[in-house]
Unconditional design. Structure first.
Length: 118
């Protein structure tokens, strides 16, 4: 599966953005999808995930209650709704796909920049 992320931009603290990740290829519904981010000078970190079956969602503590991950299997899309953004959310955001419940990431998107000004 190939992934393309979009929707990043510049927003003031307290604002909202919705990131999108378009997947091409067959069997998108067989993939669990994650969002990661990498802030300047920091390691890449997990942000949110949604399971391939049942739609269970998972979040990093730092975004819980502010971010919501969702998917639309009919459109081969996954989304990350980000509300109440903080300057520390500034990062390049990546979507990622892993087959089923595998831990290993099979495919990465190219990243989209999110910048939150104070």
């Amino acid at each position: 599966v190939q992934l393309q992320a979009s929707g990043g931009g510049l927003v003031q603290a307290g604002g909202s953005l919705r990131l999108s990740c378009a997947a091409s290829g067959r069997s998108f519904s067989s993939y669990s999808m994650d969002w990661f981010r990498r802030a300047p000078g920091k390691e890449r970190e997990f942000v949110a995930g949604i399971r391939w079956i049942g739609g269970s969602t998972y979040y990093a503590e730092s975004v819980k209650g502010r971010f919501t991950i969702s998917r639309d299997n009919a459109k081969n899309m996954v989304y990350l709704q980000m509300n109440n953004l903080k300057p520390e959310d500034t990062a390049v955001y990546y979507c990622a796909a892993k087959l089923g419940d595998n831990v290993k990431i099979d495919s990465w998107g190219q990243g989209t920049q999110v910048t939150v000004s104070s």
